[in-house]
Design a protein. Sequence first.
Lengths: 321, 284
Amino acid sequence: MKSIYGFVHVREKLMRGLFLACALFSVVALATITVFLLANGLPFIAEIGLGEFFGTRWAPLSDTPAYGILSMLVASLYVTALSVLIGVGIGLLTAICLYKFCPRWLVSPIRQMVNLLSGIPSVIFGLFGMTVIVPFIRDYISPSGVGYGILSSALVLGIMILPTIVSVSLDAMQAVPGSYFEGALALGSTREQATFRVMLPAAKSGILAGVVLAVGRAIGETMAVIMVVGNSPEMPVSLFQSVRTLTANIALGATEMKGDPERALIATGVVLFVFTLLLNTSFSLLKRDKTEKDDRKSRRKGKNSTPVAPAKPGSAKEAQS
Amino acid sequence: MNSKRETGRGSRTLFSGLKYLCILCTVVSVAALVAVVFYILKNGIGKLSWQLLFGEYTGSAVSIFPAFIGTLRLIVIAVLIAVPVGIFSAVYLVEYMNNKGKLVKVIRIAAETLAGIPSIVYGLFGYLIFVRTFQWGYSLLGGGITLAIMILPVIIRSTEESLLAVPDGFREGSLALGAGKVRTIFRIVLPSAASGIVTAVILAVGRIISESAVLILTLGMVVNLIPSSVLSPGTSLALDIYYFASHGYPDEAAATSVVLLLMVILLNLLATGLGKLIKRRQGE
């Protein structure tokens, strides 16, 4: 009898250990990634100095090599800012439309389509940008006759992050209690005023989290950008000029370079890594803020527990008329 | 709160205007996304051929057959690593730690950070560790392991959610009947959470086949050879698109995009369909 219990006991212990080991795998993986990048990248930055590393000239293979990544850092920031502006602007307004102004029967198909499209591989967006957006900008918009550059990249990335923004913002707004909307209507505001002045601010933190997510995707995207940005490591002065982003710099050079140039690329990776760490931190802070608020809200609701009729699509209309 | 301005007629017109702007934006975003898909399909379908799909890669005629093999092997490697590790992590977090405590917090922060790292940084890491430190050269195994780390957070997260959705009564019932914790987990809890887990795994496979930035640094982009072992360099469908587009094969790039796009869409439909199917069978 005792031996069976002993066996079960050992098995329980062993499996628990296995589960723990697996759970620690992500911590180990993250630690390894961090150590590898920092150990290979930081000494190089220290060696050539911060001033040189954040200089404007990138010429790793020339006789007088220079490893300045400033132009690429600036290009990355421009592309990210512009694409997020496009993606968030259009995406958020789309989400608002799906939330209140769109005919009911259209919402679910549009939503499902958007979800499906959020899975399109980035390289396909890159191909679309390369064969449609770049020639279009070159022929009709660009004053310099160059189609590659910040505007093309921002348009491609803007379309790419649209699905994410739409679904995250829509989720955030749908999480706002319908009674807010009805309350606003009861106080005499129109449907539009209620949506923009009440529902939108109430969903603010969820939407912001979506924006941070989109920034992370835009700054980290490589393949879609590499195909439309032109890739010359020059300081961006115009929207229609071939530039290079940090991500493109890594992808273009890493497989061909050895020695110092390669270490410079790893240092580029470190900069990107630090950026995403900062973004992640702000993302989790936003999320924590949101869950705390939600907790408070639900607690309050629980205490008063006044039965509120669930918001139905028809009820708002009745209230208005 | 700004009551004077808000009651004015001007404000109402402003917000009605915004409403039409919203509708316009919806039309624009739907049109843009449909345009991408439609353009890819329209340009690529006509270019599909037997030679491109299953032919031999020669100097005069390209083929994506090596990419099929490469993609398939990558999926197998990454799934074999990430799925057990991911599910077991989630089991530990939910079943043993009850989702509380310092260790859980550390693991959760690590997983969230991993999820936010750009794929090119994963690629750089894979390159540094597998190509350089381990001296494997470009290999499917190195690419696959890097992809596994990349999809791990997704699998942990969705498995956790599925496990949390299993009612406690199931666990208590099993324990009351004399089953141990491990048996309860494998015979009761995991099967009840199967639909969510299967959906997550299929979506992760979708991410693997869409990924290219990781692979450009770990796989070597050898488009013409069928990989002979897991340690040989190779290519994937997504990498092939980049290769064709940047090396003067626009037609082949378009056709390969159609293949990849259809695979991703099918996987998405499969994920939701299979999840529902499992749920229905359990309901009976």
